[in-house]
Design a protein around this ligand. Structure first.
Ligand code: IPE
Ligand code: IPE
Ligand code: MG
Length: 231
């Protein structure tokens, strides 16, 4: 994959966008409506983050564990990823570059369908000229799979991989460590997200469901970095 040039300055914020189902249930709506609202909210959060000192925004869109969900729900989520990666005009207007992390399409275990692969490739290409925030969408992503692959890649040439070598074999080697990890909807779990990249991240858990996670909440999460500066 092409290198990211120039690398953005600014902090790295990662989001585990949880609670779409609960958002919908509380309103007596089908879960799919929760996912639709969640995708729309992501577009808002991207717009907002691009105006702050955020160089990298990495979001958990769909995990390697999420494929066991009901087929109709998965199909709906796939269509929303097509929509998300299709927001080119908006991304360009905000100077945002798109990236993706997940099981590489040519690996036997990979599950990203070809329509989504195509949308991902297109979004990366059509936003490559931007110079602002890097929005990385984790789709068919699992952190343990990422680490195992990185270790195996490095082991081909070495017997004892270093931290730097494993970092350089992760899905997106230029991605810096996460400064702030946000998880919505009251769950205090990491759920196999960016385990290698979060060794010293601040963590912001909020009761808000993802579709209700707005600019004010985002700024409250950012304030965690101001009040607890890294030593
Ligand atoms: C997050 O919302 C979206 C994905 C995991 C794809 P959920 O669908 O997990 O919502 P809850 O946890 O059931 O409320
Ligand atoms: C984590 O949410 C994955 C995404 C947000 C895509 P889940 O709702 O799948 O996580 P668990 O299973 O409750 O930990
Ligand atoms: Mg959930």
């Amino acid at each position: 994959m092409a290198v990211i040039d120039p690398l953005p300055s600014g902090i790295h914020v990662a989001c585990i966008m949880d609670g779409n189902g609960r958002w919908a249930r509380r309103r007596g709506l089908p879960r799919t409506d929760g996912h639709t609202a969640g995708e729309e909210n992501l577009a808002e959060v991207v717009r907002h983050a691009a105006k702050r000192n955020v160089g990298w925004l990495t979001v958990f869109g769909f995990s390697t564990e999420n494929w066991i969900r009901p087929r109709a729900e998965v199909r709906h989520i796939l269509s929303l990823h097509k929509k998300l990666f299709g927001r080119i005009e908006e991304l360009n207007a905000n100077n945002v570059r798109v990236r993706w992390i997940g099981r590489p399409f040519d690996e036997p275990e990979a599950k990203t369908p070809s329509v989504v692969q195509k949308a991902i490739r297109q979004a990366i290409e059509d936003t490559a000229h931007n110079t602002g925030m890097v929005l990385t969408v984790a789709f068919d992503y699992g952190s343990r799979a990422e680490i195992v692959r990185a270790v195996n890649t490095v082991r081909r040439s070495h017997t004892s991989p270093s931290v730097e070598e494993i970092s350089s074999a992760t899905y997106l080697p230029q991605m810096p460590p996460v400064d702030l990890l946000i998880r919505t909807s009251g769950e205090s779990r990491i759920s196999n997200f960016l385990l290698w990249q979060i060794p010293s991240a601040r963590i912001f858990f909020t009761e808000r469901t993802w579709p209700d996670f707005d600019a004010t909440e985002f700024d409250a999460a950012l304030a965690l970095l101001d009040t607890n500066p890294r030593t």
